[in-house]
Design a protein around this ligand. Structure first.
Ligand code: C5P
Length: 242
C-alpha cells in the first residue's frame, strides 16, 4: 500500500488517498478546536494519542461485530481506513446528561438519567451542527428511516461495548459522538471518523476528573497528560480482555 495525495484537510485530521481505491490514510494533527472552531490550540503529541486511542476502540468494535472504517494502525499518527462516503449526521449517546444537553434541559452537569439518551445532530459547520430529528434527516435526504434505525441500534451497541471496556480502565463513559459513512466497497453503513477523548466525555471513576476535550474547552490544565492516561489505562484494559 502506497500513500497518495491529500484528499481532505480538516481542523484536526488529514485524509490521504492510497493506491487501493477503497482505502485511505487518516493522519491526526496536534491541532484541537472547540465551540465550532471559535477556540483553537495546538498540543504537541495529542494527535498521536487520539490516533492510538481511536485505533484501540475501533479495532475493539470490529472484533466485537460492529463494523467500522478502521483497518490498521500505520504509525504514531496514522491509521489505514476503509474509504467511505460521509453521512453528515452525528449520533450522540448520553449515559449522563452533561455539556450542551445539560444546558438545554436545565439540569446540573452530570445528571444521572435512568435511560440512555440518543441525540441526532446535522454535521454542518455553517449551521453549527444543529440538533435535528429523524424527520429532518429524512427530509434532507441524509438517510432513510430504516438507515436511521440501523444507526441508532449500532450506536446503542457501541455504548454497550464501550461502557464496560472503559469501566475496566477505571473511566466512566459519560457521553460520545458517533459518525457513520457508506463504505465505498460494499455500500454498507459503517462507523467512521474517530472515537477518542475528543469525541467522548470521559470521567475518572475514582476522582471524577475530566480526561477528555473538556480539559481544553474549560481551560483546565494537563490536556495531553490526561489523554496519555486514557491510552495507558485502555491498553491495560484491553490486555486483561485478551
Ligand atoms: O458539545 P456537547 O455537550 O453537545 O457534546 C456531546 C458529546 O459529543 C461530547 O462527548 C462531545 O465531545 C461530542 N461532540 C463531538 N463533536 C461535536 C459535538 C460534540 O465529538 N461536533
Amino acid at each position: 500500500m502506497t500513500k497518495g495525495p491529500l484528499i481532505f484537510e480538516g481542523n484536526e485530521k488529514q485524509v490521504f488517498a492510497t493506491d487501493h481505491p477503497d482505502q485511505v490514510i487518516f493522519r491526526y494533527k496536534d491541532v484541537t478546536v472547540a465551540y465550532n472552531n471559535v477556540k483553537r490550540a495546538r498540543f504537541k503529541g495529542k494527535g498521536a494519542l487520539d490516533n492510538q486511542i481511536s485505533a484501540i476502540l475501533l479495532d475493539y468494535l470490529n472484533r466485537n461485530g460492529v463494523e467500522t472504517h478502521f483497518i490498521e494502525l500505520l504509525g504514531e499518527k496514522e491509521q489505514l481506513c476503509r474509504k467511505i462516503e460521509i453521512i453528515p449526521l452525528q449520533v450522540v449517546v448520553h449515559n449522563r446528561i452533561a455539556g450542551s444537553l445539560a444546558a438545554r434541559l436545565g439540569v446540573e452537569e452530570g445528571f444521572r438519567c435512568p435511560n440512555t439518551v440518543l441525540d441526532l445532530r446535522y454535521n454542518n459547520d455553517e449551521l453549527e451542527d444543529p440538533f435535528i430529528n429523524r424527520d429532518h434527516a429524512v427530509a434532507l435526504g441524509l438517510a432513510t428511516y430504516q438507515e436511521l434505525d440501523w444507526m441508532y441500534n449500532v450506536a446503542r451497541r457501541v455504548n454497550e461495548l464501550l461502557v464496560p471496556l472503559f469501566h475496566k480502565a477505571g473511566i466512566e463513559l459519560v457521553d460520545m459522538k458517533i459518525e457513520f459513512g457508506r463504505a465505498s466497497d460494499t455500500g454498507t453503513i459503517i462507523i467512521s471518523d474517530e472515537i477518542s477523548p475528543d469525541t467522548c466525555r470521559l470521567w475518572d471513576e475514582a476522582t471524577g476528573e475530566r480526561m477528555d476535550k473538556d480539559r481544553f474547552r474549560l481551560d483546565l490544565s494537563c490536556v495531553v497528560e490526561n489523554y496519555r492516561n486514557v491510552l495507558n489505562r485502555l491498553t491495560e484494559a484491553i490486555k486483561k480482555e485478551e
